[in-house]
Design a protein around this ligand. Structure first.
Ligand code: CP
Ligand code: NVA
Length: 318
């Protein structure tokens, strides 16, 4: 019998929505990463280098973006397709047309929708009324495309997930949630350190714990950054104030002041730790310049990987 390598398995996700990694098996997630790595490899030509010839991705943005917007647009072009940037303020959505009607109309024009929105409920509603795949480009609860890029970057730097300890320092936000689900799925240990009252969402933590039980990963949530970073192979942080929380900025700067990733903190991690950040970053707040711009930082490799994981995802879903 011919054995099929995991990376060459049929992923069977054509036509599926991509709202959270919780909906995908560990095999599918690893399969997307394997395909992304192949696509990133300069020698990769693929079975069909333009698998999305003539396909159109509609990209709805209710919030700002550099990486998500440009990597999805460039990715679609590289795959032979096209992407439409749709600012929600310029759509009738901005004047009160419903999400349901928007989903039904766009389903006649484009082949998939990527949306960056506030409430996760909005993307759920959009996907329930769309007859085409809907991809999450960030909601208040999740940022799954980012987590795929994070996993690929860890795999590239550490070679494996098993036995690795990822440490996330900061707000228990969308990025932390997706990272926690992603780690639990692939069997990587994760410790999250947040100030009291800013821990990850309890229901999402419970869900991640269930996945961790199946994969053998360990999840720890603490309020102590020193304890969290102890022996970490990867140290990750994100902004203290996410988009939509701007009025809390002053308060958050005070609450998070002892949660900066700096040279004092990282000395508790492994000597060869890799530093990750989804970007955009605020040097001097969640991370010091010497860490994000220092030798351990892989943040631009990580940003670059958004392109490759999303190309793999798009080519499997569309
Ligand atoms: N990391 C990320 O999603 O960046 P953008 O906000 O620039 O898209
Ligand atoms: N947590 C951040 C991530 C930005 C990519 C935000 O939601 O603004």
């Amino acid at each position: 019998m011919i054995s099929i390598h995991a990376s060459e398995k049929q992923l069977n996700i054509k036509g599926k929505h991509f709202l959270t990694l919780a909906d995908f098996s560990s095999d599918v997630i690893k399969g997307i990463l394997a395909k992304a790595q192949k696509m990133k490899n300069a020698s990769y030509t693929g079975e069909d280098p333009k698998p999305l010839n003539g396909k159109i991705l509609g990209m709805i943005f209710e919030k700002s973006s550099t990486r998500t917007r440009v990597s999805f647009e460039a990715g679609m072009l590289q795959l032979g397709g096209h992407a439409l940037y749709l600012n929600s303020n310029d759509l009738q959505l901005g004047r009160g047309e419903s999400i349901a009607d928007t989903a039904k109309v766009l389903s006649h024009y484009v082949d998939a929708i990527m949306i960056r929105t506030f409430s996760h409920q909005t993307i759920k509603e959009l996907s329930s009324h769309a007859s085409i795949p809907v991809i999450n480009g960030l909601t208040d609860l999740y940022h799954p495309c980012q987590a795929l890029a994070d996993l690929l970057t860890i795999q590239e730097n550490k070679g494996t997930f098993a036995g690795q300890k990822l440490c996330y320092i900061g707000d228990g936000n969308n990025v932390a949630h997706s990272l926690m689900i992603a780690s639990a799925k692939v069997g990587m240990d994760i410790t999250i350190a947040s100030p009291a009252g800013y821990e990850p969402n309890a229901a999402i933590t419970k869900l991640a714990m269930q996945f961790a039980e199946a994969s053998g990963a360990k999840i720890d949530i603490t309020n102590n950054p020193l304890e969290a970073v102890e022996g970490a192979d990867a140290i990750y942080t994100d902004v203290w104030t996410s988009m939509g929380q701007e009025e809390e900025n002053d308060q958050r700067k005070k609450v998070f002041s002892s949660f900066q990733v700096n040279k004092e903190l990282v000395q508790y991690g492994k000597k060869d730790f890799v530093f990750l950040h989804c970007l955009p970053a605020h040097r001097g707040e969640e991370v010091s310049a010497e860490i994000i711009d220092g030798p351990h930082s892989a943040v631009f490799q990580q940003a670059g990987n958004r392109l490759h994981v999303q190309k793999a995802l798009l080519s499997e879903i569309l």
